[in-house]
Ligand binder design. Structure first.
Ligand code: IFM
Length: 735
């Protein structure tokens, strides 16, 4: 397998430890296959590829994530970072302010280092990762299967069968290497002993949270007989981001998991993932590889957010250490919308993370001498800005990072995420209830943030838009359109709920400010100027610098690049993506044509947005080319950064391209009277099937070139390419 090759769907059954009888029949549209029994001499073979596979094969339950480390490693912690982390559990770190606390890996077995990597299969249907590997000298075999219990966040199960000649003689129990900042020492017991988890190990974050880890390993036969041994390990993590977790809780959960045992836990796992997929599946009939890629995206998105409390979803989720687990706008506008459509409880937990940090956002605005709330560009445990102030460029020179000060659109993006959740769920009471202060305070911020010129026009100076190649610009069209959207939606909300506080007197002013905001739209060309002065920059196209996707800043250097019109990622086009209702009707095509050729796709957030808009613009074959780029970002490690974790925003963007682009599903408001479905299928697709939850009803849409079948348990109205149709259960075709 080459570094750039996507995992090939190999035929054959899903390997599982002999005797478990637990494998599902192999299906190439559900199973990610890596390696081959005959290939691979060990992880040292290609360290880069090994880390990429670890990201692909990460198993997470929204609370704890375990990268797909091999069992034969000493605990799995190696560059680029820890194998196991817990969502929202941060500790101070040099340079990045805060990073996720490394937890001990629970998957290590004392097996010979010469063991081949073998063949691994991640079955997306049930989240079981299996491996079959032969010993280096051809002697003996290891089979293993592991999963992160979807129904019991924090509980991991590992079952393995190991040939005697592969065992090194080290302790089989434990397998839990202590890597936390608080306590040290191995937590193991010797082979054949059970119940080492009776004394859970504890790690504390200096921010008040902590994690407890307890493991229980059963080895049969207990006495070494020269034959293979079967290992069953259960690992329980009790994680709390804000207070010390209780030992009794860890012991109780471990005892319960032990009582059930791996087989019953697996049956539970299958039911849990079965329910998830029933509410979320996507199938592209005619393109099995893309179907697998979209399901892979959904799998990792669904694995990244908790279902209760708050979910701090970092840019790489729980799949890797890049960006230190910091939460960006990636979560609000790329990840959250997917969860809102297919797993609303998880979306609500993502929103809860922001809601609980509203006070920190208020303090930030206050610190800038403004009313309202300003959300941080990068957020971690308490919602203060944790964006690094500097970084090192490719020449080893320390350079300032200005996004923390200037990339302000995130404030409107957070509000947008709350609104989008309500648009999918139809839940006004969320907006008029828990999210109300967030909408109000973000609008207040924008009202205070604008500068009025002598003519009364409103401007937002000194920002960075999504295109981070151009820093400290004035009137970034995207930022201004998002601020306008934020002001108008907040005003609407306040008017809807009636007088509650002083905001009742402010709403009119917000509307006036929204109307006064300049947006750079030019009626003559039908285009938005990305920011004041952008059109006067050198008209360099991305293709002049190389073949996109490319890191144009590395080609030209930041200063020369800033003098050109080359953009890093969708910027003006992000407005068409997020708030089409705020853009001039009919302006998508002109802007798409103009900015597409200028875009380097220097960010993983970019290709999927363009794919969505191209599909919406009636250019599905070109859209498919960009969707392929988006898929390659992680599945071909296109930018050689997947080893640091999967690009969660890109995974969300892939789903959005399929659902909002190719299926043409549009959801703008909680009170939309009809669900809009305007499919644009590329040549090679026979049919596109998607499942979404709209206003509480699970809808199965089958999109074809000549119409859409909507299956629904409730009556609803849809608009398909302008035709309004009433759907009665169980559903019907709309041509
Ligand atoms: O949020 C993104 C940003 O838009 C581009 N640089 C990477 C960030 C984290 O993914």
């Amino acid at each position: 397998m080459t570094r750039s090759a996507a995992p090939a769907p190999v035929d054959g059954p899903t390997p599982l430890p002999a005797g478990t009888g637990m494998g599902l029949p192999f299906d190439p549209t559900w199973c990610l296959v890596v390696g081959d029994d005959r290939e691979g001499t060990g992880p040292a073979d290609d360290a880069g590829l090994a880390t990429v596979v670890e990201s692909w094969c990460c198993l997470a339950d929204g609370t704890v994530g375990t990268r797909g480390v091999l069992e034969d490693e000493s605990g799995g912690d190696h560059p680029p970072g820890p194998a196991v982390v817990a969502a929202g559990l941060y500790e101070p770190a040099e340079g990045v302010s805060e990073t996720l606390v490394p937890l001990p890996s629970w998957c290590a077995l004392p097996v010979a280092g010469s063991l081949r990597t073998g063949r691994r299969v991640l079955d997306l249907r049930d989240g079981v990762l299996t491996r079959r590997a032969a010993g280096g000298g051809g002697g003996g075999e290891l089979w293993s299967a592991r999963f992160a219990c979807a129904e019991r966040p924090g509980t991991g199960v590992l079952v393995a069968e190991v040939a005697a000649e592969l065992l090194t003689g080290g302790p089989v129990g434990g397998g839990c290497r202590v890597g936390g900042p608080d306590e040290g020492g191995p937590a193991g017991s010797s082979a054949g002993q059970a119940g080492e988890g009776a004394v859970p190990r504890r790690w504390r974050s200096p921010f008040g949270g902590g994690a407890l880890v307890a493991t229980d390993t059963r080895v049969t036969p207990e006495a070494r007989s020269g034959g293979p041994v079967t290992v069953e390990r259960l690992a329980v993590h009790v994680v709390s981001a804000h207070r010390a977790p209780r030992r009794a809780e860890a012991s109780r959960r471990l005892a319960r998991a032990r009582e059930l045992g791996p087989a019953a836990l697996l049956a539970e796992q299958r039911r849990a993932w079965g329910k998830r997929w029933a509410a979320a599946d996507v199938e592209i009939v005619g393109d099995p590889e893309l179907t697998l890629a979209v399901r892979f995206s959904l799998f990792h998105l669904l694995s990244s957010a908790a279902r209760r409390g708050e979910a701090a979803v970092g840019a790489r989720g729980l799949t890797g250490p890049a960006y230190a687990g910091h939460v960006f706008w990636d979560t609000d506008v790329f990840v959250l919308p997917v969860l809102a459509a297919v797993a609303p409880r998880q979306a609500r937990a993502v929103l809860e993370y922001r809601l609980r940090r509203l006070d920190a956002a208020r303090a930030r605005a206050g610190g800038n001498g403004r009313r309202g709330a300003r959300f941080p560009w990068e957020s971690a445990h308490d919602g203060r800005d944790v964006t690094p102030r500097s970084g090192v460029d490719q020449h080893g020179t320390q350079v300032p990072i200005r996004t923390g000060d200037l990339e302000e659109h995130v404030t409107a993006d957070v509000a947008w995420g709350a609104w989008r959740y309500a648009a999918w769920t139809g839940d006004w009471s969320f907006l008029t209830g828990p999210a109300y202060p967030l909408l109000v305070e973000t609008a207040r911020y924008w009202a205070a943030r604008v500068r009025r010129d002598a003519q009364g026009a409103a401007h937002i100076d000194h920002v960075i838009g999504p295109d981070e190649y151009h820093e400290d610009v004035d009137d970034n069209a995207f930022t201004n359109l998002m601020a306008r959207w934020n002001l108008r939606r907040a005003a609407e909300l306040v008017e809807r709920v009636g007088p509650r506080g002083s905001e009742a007197d402010e709403a009119g002013g917000w509307r006036e400010t929204a109307d006064a905001l300049v947006d750079g739209y030019d009626r003559a060309t039908g285009r938005y100027e990305q920011f004041a002065g952008y059109d006067r920059l050198a008209p360099v196209m991305a293709a002049d610098l190389g073949t996109p996707p490319l890191a144009a800043d590395l080609v030209l250097g930041p200063e020369r690049l800033a003098a050109t019109q080359v953009v890093k990622q969708a910027d003006v086009l992000m407005a068409h993506f997020l708030v089409p209702g705020e853009t001039e009707p009919g302006s998508l095509d002109a802007n798409l044509r103009h900015y597409l050729s200028r875009c380097a796709h220097g960010s993983s957030l970019s290709p999927s947005v363009h794919a969505t808009l191209l599909a919406r613009d009636g250019r599905p074959d070109e859209a498919l080319d960009l969707l392929a780029v988006a898929v390659a970002v992680d599945l071909e490690d296109l930018t050689e950064t997947t080893g640091g974790g999967l690009h969660l925003a890109n995974l969300g963007g892939i789903w959005q391209a399929v659902v909002h682009g190719f299926a043409g599903v549009a959801v703008e408001r909680p009170d939309d009277p009809a669900l809009v479905i305007e499919p644009h299928l590329p040549g090679g697709w026979d049919e596109l099937k998607v499942t979404v939850g709209w206003h509480g009803a699970e809808l199965h849409l089958t999109c074809r070139r000549d119409g859409v079948h909507v299956s629904s348990p409730v009556a609803l109205t849809v608009r398909v390419h302008g035709t309004v149709a009433r759907i009665e259960p169980p559903g019907r075709w709309v041509g």
